[in-house]
Design a protein around this ligand. Structure first.
Ligand SMILES: O=C(O)C(=O)C[C@]1(C(=O)O)C=C[C@@H](O)C=C1
Length: 299
């Protein structure tokens, strides 16, 4: 049975992998910190790790992208998106006002993952502007901390799954500012893996590092894809961390490495003096709204 490392039970990552797996049997291994999720494969504890890499509202999860690039050398084997549905969670009895109505002005603190807090900015500003905001290692860790600190007016932004696991109340449901709040996940591991879901297509992720002082570098790199009519779904520049002002480009191409066109484009980019590192060529799984309903209903 495959072993998959991920953030704690009740996180969005947990819901997301359940969605991708469908009925594929596997052993889920939960880790408190994303660093441990990344390292589980190298330590021989897991075969795959679930990594959130991008959010509709907050953009790239830079910390995770940097880990993928600088700390580990494990290819991406699958990609999929899953909605991040956050809820305000706490001990309901602490927030009751007149006639036992919920009074969110009593909220002292709101804890969550640093990517989840900005997803609910408008909700917080409207209903609990007085609340202190605090980051946690995951949405589920925030819920657990709230559980262990009753009577302080603390709340967390997290999933219904986490609220149910820790026996806490949903004070307000679906509090993300936009309904189309999705997170893009990748599954990293050393072997390709197949799921019963139908892949939407194939993607290849690369890192291109241009040589120093290369005028028009990005333009020339992009033209290698453009004239071959290769579609790009993402491009981002990140510091190489070696010298101020030095960047590499993270590029996602909507094409498999097996195609004739892609290796030719990479050869052209390398001929320019750029270094090309392949991060993975993998199936991208379609988001099917109907398929998440049973997962959300479980709790
Ligand atoms: O904390 C969680 O629930 C996670 O799965 C992590 C994570 C992230 O790192 O982006 C995933 C999706 C949510 O939008 C917020 C946090």
């Amino acid at each position: 049975m495959i072993r998959i490392a991920l953030l704690p039970e009740g996180t969005v990552s947990h819901e997301a992998i359940k969605y991708l797996l469908g009925d594929t049997p596997c052993e889920l291994l939960f880790y408190k910190h994303i660093a441990d999720v990344f390292q589980a494969i190298d330590k021989g504890q897991a075969d795959y790790s679930v990594i959130p890499i991008e959010n509709t509202i907050d953009g790239s999860v830079s910390l995770h992208m940097d880990w993928l690039v600088h700390e580990v050398d494990i290819p991406m084997q699958a990609e999929w998106v899953y909605p991040s549905i956050q809820n305000l969670i706490g001990h309901r009895s602490e927030f009751l006002g007149d006639q036992d109505k919920l009074d969110l002005s009593k909220v002292v603190k709101i804890m969550s993952h640093p990517v989840a807090l900005p997803q609910c900015k408008e909700f917080i500003q409207t209903f609990a502007p007085q609340a202190e905001l605090e980051s946690a290692g995951s949405t589920a860790e925030a819920v657990e901390i709230v559980k262990h600190n009753p009577g302080k007016g603390w709340t967390a932004l997290g999933t219904k799954l986490a609220a149910a696991k820790h026996g806490l109340d949903i004070l307000a449901s679906k509090v993300t500012d936009h309904d189309n709040n999705f997170t893009r996940f990748v599954l990293i591991g050393h072997q390709p893996v197949k799921f019963s879901r139908t892949p939407e297509g194939q993607r290849t992720s690369i890192l291109v590092t241009p040589p120093q002082d290369f005028p028009g570098a990005l333009h020339q790199v992009l033209s290698a894809f453009a004239w071959r009519r290769l579609n790009l779904s993402r491009i981002e520049s990140r510091p190489t961390k070696k010298q101020l002002g030095n960047y590499y480009f993270y590029i996602e191409v909507l094409e498999s490495l097996q195609s004739v066109l892609l290796p030719a484009a990479f050869a052209e980019i390398e001929a320019l003096g750029c270094h090309v590192r392949i991060l993975g060529s993998y199936p991208s799984y379609k988001y099917v709204e109907e398929a998440i309903k049973p997962i959300l209903k479980e709790h």
